[in-house]
Write a protein that binds this ligand. Sequence first.
Ligand code: MN
Ligand code: MN
Ligand code: ZN
Length: 297
Amino acid sequence: MRLLGAHLSIAGGVSKSIERGVSLGCAAIQIFTGFSNRWHSKPIPDEQLCAFRQQRDRLKVIFAHNNYLINLASPEPVISSRSYESMLEEMERAQALGLPYLVIHPGSHLGRGEEEGLRAVAQHLNSLFADTRGSCLRILLETTAGQGSNLGYRFEHLAKIISSVHSPERVGICFDTCHVFAAGYDLRTQQGYEKTFLEFDRLIGTSAIFAFHLNDSKYELGSRKDRHEHIGQGLLGMEAFRLLLNDERFAHVPMVIETPKGKGGFSGGLSEDKRNLAVLRSLIITEAFPSLPDESL
Ligand code: MN
Ligand code: MN
Ligand code: ZN
């Protein structure tokens, strides 16, 4: 069984995301626990927490994604501290929901340089872990496409942050296929796929991957542009997803789509997700017969 799913809306209350996930046949979902484009969101009201907890077990894995404003690598003191406060709120909401992971983008250095930026991210993470001692929420650093001054488009960046964090059990990686491809790592052929994961394994370790974002890419290999495309309809193509969905190393790692939601409001969005998930499921090679135990030979 593969832990396939989608990024889903919490409109109408956070437990609604579970209902949407169930209706799509998801095993895993990713959610924003507040506004995706604001610094501040209120704590989740008790009755919503309650409804969420009651429905929680209908899915295998539910995890969160940060709001888009947070930049832990910012050289601006005001933005830096606002990002820190906003991160604490994100962590508290994820914790209140009992979620295992919170995905974040490493951040943009905005001219201060990559090394300085990476150092700032690690320092912030160390303080955040100290400020949330006792929590087992794991922060997943997302691989990025490397647009502008975004950090995290080289596996070395992520390795550097992880090695600078004092609580390795509280960090991990979210591997985004569109971003990695746009950053210049080829996944389109078996050879490219193996080379990319060999490199990843050498620098970080594939066991540090706790989530995948499955997205095709509108732009070419190494374009450094972050534009998602429907599965199999972009320049990454179907083979990368086939390899990933049949890679035993990732059999228990949640994989969610962040593909375009399409027009037609929310119902339109769900039908697009449904189609992309069906495409992905069709790539999973299932054994027709269970293999015989060794002693029967
Ligand atoms: Mn992301
Ligand atoms: Mn992503
Ligand atoms: Zn993206």
